[in-house]
Write a protein of this length. Sequence first.
Length: 163
Amino acid sequence: MTTGSEPKKSLEAMPREQFEQYVSEFIESNNVCVLGTAQDNIPRATPLEYEAEGTTLYIMVDRGRKIDNMKANPNISVVINNPLHGWLTVKGLQITSRAILITDSDSEYVSAWKIFNRANSSKEGWDIPPKGGTLLKVVPQKMELTETALKDKGYKMKQVWEA
């Protein structure tokens, strides 16, 4: 029987290996992110499709402001979140990274394209990487997961991982 005077159990950080697995599964369960870039104090947030290998994201980026921003300032932020259906369903991941732009002249381009294009690989013509394409490779330097349901598992609602 509880009397209400027992000390509250303190919430913990998730063990690193468990966190990495948990986040990898969350990333794999989604396919859209918001890429945050900035140049000359002008921010830009762009929703984009991604594919992942573990916690590394691969994103096809077309010409435009986001590429110009990443070339001028390679510091980026990526957000992946579930739709919100009330406070108890909050779940989102913020990744801080440096942009790695891979063009068709880079040796890594074909292998990166295969990862990015997995969902379309059965479509005719999609197995050939496009000429002039650019892929963004996002290798996390820092990941911040916020999820209200973690409290029920004995963990802090906000978990932080750094490379």
